[in-house]
Write a protein that binds this ligand. Structure first.
Ligand SMILES: Cc1cc2nc3c(=O)[nH]c(=O)nc-3n(C[C@H](O)[C@H](O)[C@H](O)COP(=O)(O)OP(=O)(O)OC[C@H]3O[C@@H](n4cnc5c(N)ncnc54)[C@H](O)[C@@H]3O)c2cc1C
Length: 809
């Protein structure tokens, strides 16, 4: 075995081996994959091998499509035979809501240039010789790309391809420890000796948590049981060699496909069953859990209605194997927090499929330092170590398992493992009718019940019960003043004689003067948008940065990449760890009596920052507003939150003070067309695409991404960030919905919702999105909302207060 390698991959399942292959194809062949048993002996060997491209998001659909395209040609490419059957798949729908959701998915597919389509019950029956839709099925979606592959052969083929290019694999070799050398390399200890590596990838599957512990990280990974059965051969199938589509019925919760001359039937129709809660075994190679016959019996019964021939087949075998889950069901794939050159690539529940996109992404991180696709939904740093504990992971992933096929309504809230993190105002807000959601482990009031509007807990794509309450919150903020407890703000403190120079290098905008605030963006070397922060300059060499809640750890890592050896300190978090947003035209009148600081427009103008005492409490007051009104963000200590909230509330009645929540916050930011991280900007866009180039200082001689930015300035834009008003009433546009004209798809929605300040009643439907062509206000497009074309008029943004007069007031 090698004693030195540029890259060491721990784990010889499909994820590790595919990464080895992708790296080799990219020219990185000084690599060693270490596997403690035979290749594929974890989750991979027994996987059903289905390769769905169906997904609820752009990211998921692209990942599935990348996989099947790779697999269909792989055998020839590496000269290793594999069984890959391209069968297609259909998903029947038994309810109108499921049909609406499927129509939305066909829209996403259209936006990506793929061909998912709605199909009728008769079309499903015609595609499948043994399927009968009967009375309960209303229609469905057809995924023409789905197929199935033998996962062991697939892994061996990728291993051959990698070896042929020079990569090495050490089987039956266990990694027992990992330490960092003083020079920043990694010493990977194994039972066969040590390997020194520049870069390490944790691809240990459901053992990923154990490998994480070797570098001091407690990853949120739990192993659940997942089971399918394979029937005995049926004479009808033996006589019929034709392939037919896989059926995946999300309402009954099964998937079914041909397996040789029988059927393979998998089920999600039972409670999630976490395994090994008292500790993992050292070895579980090529093993399964005991059969769980009862779990599949009910689903099998329901499936018989549609595939009666199943009743004629005896059960050949059960396969009940370990499947890793994270708290949101997505993998942990990307840089490890705070550990340069260490990557996690584990917790894949659909890993035979998603390993391909994971390998592509990891290879790009390693060879190019940034990725082509925005994979932040898989970034391991989205979870916080304080809240995403093992117990949290067990509870939430079990809930997710049961809801694997539930319709992902835009406002679905998970219930398990709550609350985890609350602010001192939690009980008080609850008693005032707060309906909480959870963001980054924090309970945040999403909206407030009123006498007239009670939470009915009914999920829907339209007419949700909370809309009138949220409309009232927005209008009260517009006409009077509102207060919001914003737990879980991402904050960084940057200090030292080199602070300004450092921030000037990391951010593309110029730094604010002392006492001023600027919104600025971090670019990648390719000039794509990494993230944003509101930068408040408290002193010559002291800054407070506020950024997107879920980007906390990834943004910290990014800034640390450019940290000079001395002269600057960067702290994640702040002692001012709580925030109250006080927003609305009466906010000044409400706050002024509580402080000696002068809050007049002359002393506390828009985009200013002051350290003040209010209600007897020290705080940092930013005159900024994400809702587009006169207002303050008050950053204060957790311990002072109740005092300040009470003092503000005491004077609130005469100013019409209301509590408002996250739904109102989002509706108001949409009216201002402020870009939301993760939806309206990210690393797939340049500052020009996103319409944010005005935030770049062209005078600065140097900042990360400058050369690329200047080159983009000379090029045609790939995208045009555009605002739309949708005509009529109905469901809000969902992200990724296609934007079309004359039957041609020309873009997609990045954010949709209703604005309640610019229109009375049920508000004005709005959307922000990216188009491939330039437009002028008044141009007419169609946005497909749940499959229905809705006329959408290009509208100059902001939709609300375009002169920013209210903000500046
Ligand atoms: C019943 C069932 C059906 C499934 N069906 C599908 C499907 O149809 N489609 C799909 O896409 N996915 C499916 N999956 C999921 C799929 O099996 C997994 O997502 C995938 O196999 C994960 O691959 P991996 O490489 O991440 O992990 P694994 O295959 O578990 O590989 C991890 C490897 O790391 C090794 N390892 C661990 N610790 C160490 C160490 N310290 N030193 C050295 N080596 C170590 C292990 O031995 C193991 O071989 C299914 C899962 C189950 C249980």
């Amino acid at each position: 075995m090698k004693t030195h390698a540029k890259v060491v991959i721990i784990g010889g399942g499909i994820v590790g081996v595919s990464t080895l292959y992708h790296l080799a194809r990219a020219g990185v062949t000084d690599t060693l994959l270490v596997e403690k048993n035979e290749l594929t002996s974890g989750s991979t060997w027994h996987a059903a091998g289905n390769i769905p491209t169906y997904a609820n998001s752009w990211g998921g659909m692209r990942a599935g499509n990348y996989a099947w395209r790779l697999y269909k040609d792989l055998a020839e490419e590496v000269d290793y035979p594999i069984t890959y059957r391209h069968t297609g798949a259909f998903w029947p729908a038994h309810t109108p809501e499921r049909m609406e959701f499927f129509r939305h998915l066909t829209g996403i597919s259209k936006g990506l240039g793929y061909d998912m389509a709605m199909v009728s019950p008769a079309e499903m029956d015609a595609m499948h010789p043994y399927f009968t839709s009967g009375d309960s099925i209303r229609g469905g979606i057809y995924d023409p790309y789905e197929g199935d592959v033998d996962p062991s052969q697939l892994t061996q083929a990728l291993a051959k391809g990698a070896r042929d290019l020079g990569a090495q694999i050490a089987r039956f070799t266990t990694v027992t420890g990992i330490t960092r050398t003083p020079s920043g390399e990694w010493d990977v200890a194994t039972d066969k000796g040590n390997v020194r590596a520049e870069i390490v990838i944790n691809a240990a599957g459901y053992f990923g948590r154990k490998v994480g512990e070797m570098v001091g990280q407690k990853l949120p990974v739990v192993t659940l049981e997942h089971q399918y059965l394979v029937t005995e051969s049926l004479p009808e199938l033996a006589a019929n060699p034709e392939n037919f589509p896989l059926v995946r019925d999300p309402d009954i919760m099964y998937y079914l496909r041909r397996e040789r001359n029988g059927f393979l039937l998998g089920s999600y129709g039972h409670a999630g069953r976490p395994a090994w809660l008292d500790g993992m075994p050292d070895c579980f190679a090529n093993q399964l859990y005991p059969d769980s016959v009862d779990d599949i019996a009910e689903v099998l019964d329901a499936a018989l209605t549609h595939v009666p021939i199943l009743g004629e087949a005896g059960v050949g075998r059960f396969v009940n194997g370990p499947i890793p889950y994270s708290p949101d069901g997505a993998p942990l794939c990307g840089p490890a927090f705070g550990l340069p050159n260490f990557y996690h690539a584990c917790a894949f529940p659909v890993g035979v499929t998603h390993s391909a996109a994971a390998a592509k992404t990891l290879t790009e991180w390693i060879t190019e330092g940034e990725t082509e696709w925005d994979m932040s939904m898989w970034d391991p740093r989205r979870f916080g170590e304080i809240w995403a504990t093992f117990d949290y992971t067990v509870a939430r992933s079990s809930e997710l398992y049961e809801n694997q096929y539930a319709i992902p309504y835009p406002h679905r809230m998970w219930h398990a493992a709550r609350p985890v993190q609350t602010t001192p105002l939690y009980e008080r807000l609850k008693s005032k009718g707060a309906v909480f959601g959870q963001i980054a482990g924090w309970e945040r009031a999403f909206w407030f019940e009123t006498e007239a509007v009670r939470n009915d807990n009914v999920l829907s794509f339209h007419d949700e019960c909370w809309e009138p309450a949220v409309a009232a919150e927005c209008r009260a903020v517009r006409d009077h003043v509102g207060i919001m407890d914003h737990g879980g703000f991402t904050r960084f403190e940057v200090e030292g004689p080199g602070a300004t120079e450092f921030l000037n290098r990391v951010f593309c905008g110029a730094m604010p003067a002392i006492g001023r605030v600027k919104l600025s963006y971090m670019l990648t070397p390719r000039g794509k948008i990494w993230s944003e922060a509101t930068i408040a300059r408290l002193d010559e060499n002291r800054y407070l940065l506020c950024g997107p809640t879920l980007a906390d750890k990834r943004d910290h890592d990014w800034m640390m990449r450019f940290m000079p050896e001395s002269g600057v300190t960067l702290r994640r978090g702040s002692e001012f760890n709580a925030a109250l947003l006080v927003m609305g035209p009466k906010s000044r009148a409400l706050l002024q009596p509580l402080t000696d600081a002068d809050l007049s427009v002359e002393s506390a103008s828009w985009m200013s920052v002051r350290e003040i005492t209010l209600a007897g409490v020290e705080m940092i007051a930013l005159r900024v507003s994400y809702v587009g009104e006169l207002g303050w963000e008050l950053h204060l200590r957790d311990a002072d939150l109740v005092t300040v909230y009470e003092a503000i509330s005491a004077g609130g009645a005469e100013h019409g003070l209301v509590d408002f929540g996250s739904y109102a916050l989002n509706a108001m930011r949409l009216e201002k067309a402020y870009h939301g991280w993760g939806s309206d900007f990210g690393i797939e866009y340049t500052m020009f695409d996103a319409g944010l180039d005005r935030f770049v200082s062209r005078k600065k001689a140097d900042f990360i991404g400058r050369e690329a930015f200047l080159a983009h300035a000379e090029q045609e834009k790939s995208y045009h960030f555009t605002g739309f008003k949708l005509l009529g009433a109905g469901a809000d546009a969902l992200p990724s919905s296609p934007i079309c004209r004359d039957g041609e798809t020309l873009g997609y929605v990045s954010s949709g919702g209703s604005g309640f300040r610019i229109a009375e009643g049920s508000g004005q439907r709005l959307a922000l999105g990216y188009l491939s062509i330039p437009t002028t206000p008044g141009d007419v497009f169609e946005i497909e909302v749940l499959g229905e074309p809705v006329r959408a008029i290009v509208t100059a943004t902001p939709f609300y207060d375009p002169e920013n007069a209210r903000l500046k007031g």
